[in-house]
Every structure is written in C-alpha cells, then in structure tokens.
Design a protein. Structure first.
Length: 270
C-alpha cells in the first residue's frame, strides 16, 4: 500500500486542538468525526463547526479542517478522530510524567497559584516512604522541619543531608547541621560535606561555596529553590522555586548527587 506523509501543518493543528479543547468537547468532536466516516467536505465542515459554540474552539477546529482539506491526503474523518484522541492521550501522559508547581516565600500579591515553601518541604518529608535527600547552604532554626524529619526516619525513611558547615565554610554560615536540626537528626541521618581541600579557589584565595538547595523524595519529586533551610527563608524572605513531579528528573538529580558521593567530592561527616 502506498504511504502518504502527513503534512506537518496538519499535525500541528491536530496538536493544537487536542491541547486547547477540554476533554468533553474533544471527545464530542472525535465522536462526530468517527460517525461521519467520510472524507473532507464543506458540508462536513459546516456540521462540525455547528457543534462548537465557543468561538476560540471554533477557530482552532476550523484551522484543523482547512489544513486537513489543503493537505490533500487520503485521511478520512475517522483518521482525524483517531489522531485527535492519540494527541490528547500523549499530551495527558506527558503532563502526568512531568508537572511543576511554583513554590514561593513572600507576600501574597496575585491570583497566580503558588505554594508556600515550608508547606511544600513538609509535604515532601511527610510523604517520603523510602529515601529523602536534602541539600542546603545554611541550616538553622527550623524545629518543625526537624520534627518532621525525625518522624520520617521513625517510619524507615533513609535521610541524607548535604550542607555547608561553619568548619568548612570559612565563616559563611555560623551553624552546622547539629545546631540547625538538632543532635538526633544529625546522628540518625547521613550528613555529607564538601571539604575545603576539594573545593576550587579563586584568585583571591577564597574557596567556592556549597550553594545549591534542593530536596528529593523517593526519586519521584524534586524541589529546587532559592530558599535555604532556615527560619527566615521559609517564613520571611522572598524565595522562589519549583516543585517538579518527574521520576526522570528527580532520579537524574539523585544520581548526580550519588556520583558526587561515590567520587568523594562529598564526604561523610563523622
């Protein structure tokens, strides 16, 4: 059977309609096209558009129908319906595999949906079942977080903390993990540091800093934020980050940290 390549403009229109129309409207459109079971015609176009009272939806579908007509392919209306359903499924699958939420500390000034940094971090800790990695430049005065970490370890969560300390940070942070989270958290978790001897130095002789901030739970959810693990960063400062729901990205960051440990860039604090 002779194959006919599908016009890229038509594919783009199919994707746009599948993305813009709500599921109910898209399913109704696909059902109508399947029942029509024919090739493009002006009469079919008129009947399809009459099913769409929303002006924006009509514009998107009109563009699709015109691109279908201009493509001059052997695709019938059932093929277009199948393409729409396939595109909608692919879009939904991609969204479930990778979605993100804005995480914010600061004034509430808009209707844009954002989540509070402390709330998100607590949720990550509370929902972790196997492993939790927390990386922060500064750690200080967060008793609620410390308590949540203890509860997580009580249910069997393996906790890794990577942080700057007063000993290796050249005075950049006044407190370490013990002072910031308490002796119990420090003793029951694995605490890693970036030793001064392994850090690059600038021309002025000053060493680099461990300035990354993130949290990874069970290799599924990843929080990347400007916020340190401190009271001010979680309650008073302006801080912004993203909570990313993606096994692929979370595992990628977790594996990167694993390599930093295995290659002795990060050292276990004893």
């Amino acid at each position: 059977m002779e194959s006919h390549p599908v016009n890229s403009k038509l594919l783009s229109s199919i994707h746009r309609v599948a993305k813009e129309l709500p599921p109910i409207a898209l399913n109704s459109l696909a059902d109508f096209l399947e029942e029509s079971a024919g090739s493009y015609s002006e009469a079919l176009k008129a009947r399809v558009l009459s099913q769409l009272p929303n002006l924006n939806f009509r514009r998107a579908v009109l563009e699709l129908l015109e691109d279908w007509h201009q493509a001059s392919t052997n695709l019938d209306s059932q093929s277009i319906a199948l393409a729409l359903r396939s595109a909608a499924y692919a879009i939904a699958s991609a969204h479930s595999a990778l979605s993100a939420e804005i995480v914010w500390t600061g004034p509430d000034v808009s209707n844009i949906p954002v989540r509070k940094t402390e709330q998100v971090l607590k949720q990550l800790i509370q929902e972790a079942q196997r492993e939790l990695t927390i990386v922060s430049f500064a750690v200080y005065k967060v008793p609620d977080i410390a308590e949540a970490l203890i509860v997580a370890m009580d249910r069997g969560v393996h906790l890794r903390i990577i942080a700057e300390t007063s000993e290796v940070g050249e005075g950049k942070v006044p407190f370490g993990v013990v002072a910031g989270l308490g002796a119990e958290v420090a003793q029951r978790s694995e605490v890693f540091i970036w030793e001064k001897s392994k850090r690059p130095k600038g021309k002025d002789g000053k060493h680099g800093s461990l300035h990354m901030k993130c949290a990874i739970a069970d290799g599924n959810n990843l929080l990347i934020s400007s916020a340190n693990l401190t009271e001010y960063a979680l309650t008073l400062n302006m801080e912004m980050g993203l909570l990313i729901h993606s096994q692929s990205l979370a595992s990628c960051v977790s594996n990167h940290i694993d390599q930093l440990i295995h290659q002795n860039v990060f050292s276990l604090l004893r």
